[in-house]
Design a protein around this ligand. Sequence first.
Ligand SMILES: N[C@@H](CCC(=O)N[C@@H](CS)C(=O)NCC(=O)O)C(=O)O
Length: 202
Amino acid sequence: MKLYSNPRSRSNTILPLLKELDIESEVEIIEVPYEVMHQAAYLKINPMGKVPCLVDGTAVISETAAIFSYLADKFSDKGLAPALDDPKRGEYLKWMFFCHGPLTEYMDMKNVGISTELMDEKRGSLSFGNEKILLDFIKTGFAQAQPYLLGDKISAADLYLAYWMVYAISFKILPYLDEFKPFIQQIQQRESVKNVHWFQSV
Ligand SMILES: N[C@@H](CCC(=O)N[C@@H](CS)C(=O)NCC(=O)O)C(=O)O
């Protein structure tokens, strides 16, 4: 497999996943500088001109959550994705999609400077509602975590959510609320992120 990546991008979220799945040796990391991302050679691989993008034989998988889901399912023996008939599968998908949809959409809006007031006014048409609804949803999920979102076993959804939370907190997009700490600290103890500076920075 080949992972098209850039060290200053969300591709970084995939690297600890490779460690968790113990497949680092199966994935060749190909660094794509930002200057060439929209040039023909890379657009042939990902027409959106974005990283990360995973190529596995004839399968070309862009979108970070799709890469997480694909790898967790492909290496299902590692236990990071509930099986198709596992009752926890639905909850797992909910968190994966929540991160890739509402959470990152909210973060993008904050990044480009959309005000909390405008988001609140338009909340009916925004995928995350408003800031309060989003934060309450995360707080409820963390309050129910035991200690992971699906119970006592970690899943790819925990890793994906934790990575986005750390990113958002370190860039002051989200506050580091006390309610977030037990979950984030739990993930920070994983071997896969112990030496990842940015992940330990909050
Ligand atoms: N929806 C995509 C977004 C990917 C994305 O925006 N990647 C950024 C880096 S964090 C990128 O490649 N930007 C280069 C560009 O758009 O020119 C995903 O989640 O994977």
